[in-house]
Design a protein around this ligand. Structure first.
Ligand code: G6P
Ligand code: MN
Length: 437
């Protein structure tokens, strides 16, 4: 059976990489039609041009639809891959820069920047899920729209029955980095990891080929030599340097998700960040400019063979998840799911990121069967409560709840600054946010 895929947020710079991954798996994951859905006409049209170029170059016979119409995008589709970014890079820039005005960490998914993005994202994402429920009630939504815990919590409240899998590539990114830095094969790993999205820890990495837990030796290597950050963009290289320092100098027992540095080492993050030029600017000047340049070359009718547009393949885990559903493979992934006892000593209504099997039924979470340490539990409980308050604020149009969410955020030192930064974000976001009364 051939599949119809809708890429929501089709104009994103990641779309070409996803296409290449889909094509690499054509045997197990045959695709007859790809639909690019975006509300940004120009970016979606640009991406349509690049996708047509890539399909022709690879001699692929896949039907391509480029649309801003949700009915056309979703009717009869089998999978929605969601990477929408409500407000685009321009608003990401504000999420990163506004907190810095108040001396707070400015990051797209963490701290108050993540909360601002969360408020926008819930509004756009839930609207889209409404369309999907209407036009393609049986399709699978494979979601990687951020901030993922907040999205997962809001979807669970409004669409408890919808077929959605929320997953993030960061743990795979970390495992690939371990592979690259120290010469392991991550396909041999069985990982024990727990946390919230962008907020978790590895407790064990069992290597099947060695028949033992190799996390202690990985930690020893990280302490000695750090990660191999060669070839990375400077901001990502910095991230992994700080991550290595976290292990080396402070918390050597568990391997943390790199994003925890925005909560535990705000000093380091602020030291590095340039308030006038953040990651959003880097992405706009890099990945997005490259796409625009390529589109212009194609429009000028240059000989297509002379256009050298290379995109790294992207979203491997998304395609592998789709395959695991279709072929009932029970492959194991880190997925964002309601806790319901999987982490026994954490509140059961938290949305956590833990290993799960994916099969024809969807997601089957794996219970940890042990209590997590107080340091992790304490950090997570505060984060869960603040995220829940933010989701409450969204559904109840409550300024008070939003203020409580911001005040409880662990990057915010006092309620005075919480209120100031919240008010600033309300103004900057306008109709991207629901009204707060
Ligand atoms: C990782 C995270 C994603 C995040 C991305 C940002 O992959 O898991 O959630 O969106 O990094 O990357 P960028 O290149 O846009 O800064
Ligand atoms: Mn992520």
């Amino acid at each position: 059976m051939s599949n119809v895929i809708t890429i929501a947020g089709g104009g994103s710079g990641y779309t070409p990489g996803i296409l290449l991954t889909i094509l690499n798996f054509r045997e197990e994951f045959p695709v007859s039609e790809i639909r690019l859905y975006d509300i940004d006409h120009e970016r979606n049209a640009d991406m349509g041009i690049i996708m047509t170029y890539l399909l022709n170059k690879n001699h692929e016979n896949v039907k391509l639809i480029v649309t801003e119409n949700p009915q056309e995008a979703f009717t009869g589709c089998d999978f929605v891959f969601s990477q929408i970014r409500v407000g685009g890079m321009k608003m990401r820039e504000k999420d990163e820069k506004i907190p810095m005005k108040y001396g707070l960490v400015g990051q797209e998914t963490c701290g108050v920047g993540g909360f601002a993005y969360g408020m926008r994202s819930m509004k756009g994402f839930l609207e889209m899920v409404g369309f999907i429920e209407k036009y393609a009630p049986n399709c699978w939504i494979l979601n990687y729209t951020n901030p993922e815990t907040i999205i997962a919590e809001s979807v669970r409240r409004q669409f408890p029955k919808i077929k959605i899998i929320n997953a993030c590539d960061m743990t795979i990114g970390i495992e690939e980095l371990i592979e690259k830095s120290f010469g392991y094969d991550r396909r041999n790993f069985i990982c024990q990891y727990y946390g919230l999205n962008h907020f978790g820890w590895y407790r064990e990495i069992y290597d099947v080929s060695r028949q033992k837990d190799i996390l202690p030796e990985i930690i020893t290597k990280i302490k000695k030599q750090g990660f191999d950050v060669s070839g990375m963009e400077p901001s990502w290289a910095h991230t992994y340097r700080v991550m290595a320092d976290m292990v080396r100098e402070f918390f050597p027992k568990y391997l943390p998700n790199n994003y925890l540095q925005y909560y535990l080492f705000q000093d380091r993050a602020l030291e590095e960040e340039n308030p006038n030029y953040t990651r959003a600017n880097e992405v706009m000047d890099g990945r997005l400019r490259k796409i625009k340049d390529t589109v212009n070359k194609i429009k000028e009718n240059r000989d297509l063979d002379t256009i050298d547009y290379a995109s790294e393949s992207h979203g491997l885990y998304i395609v592998e998840m789709a395959i695991s559903i279709l072929h009932n493979k029970n492959d194991r992934f880190m997925i964002i799911v309601p806790n319901h006892g999987a982490i026994p000593n954490l509140r059961s209504d938290a949305v956590v990121e833990i290993p799960c099997y994916v099969n024809a039924r969807g997601v089957e979470p794996i219970s940890l069967c042990y209590n997590i340490p107080d340091l992790h539990k304490g950090l997570m409980e505060a984060q869960v409560a603040s995220e829940k308050l933010l989701v409450d604020a969204f559904f109840e149009n409550s300024y008070q709840k939003a203020l409580e969410a911001f005040a409880l955020n662990q990057t915010v030192p006092n309620a005075t600054v919480a209120k100031k930064v919240l008010n600033d974000f309300i103004e900057a976001n306008g109709n991207y946010w629901v009204e707060l009364k």
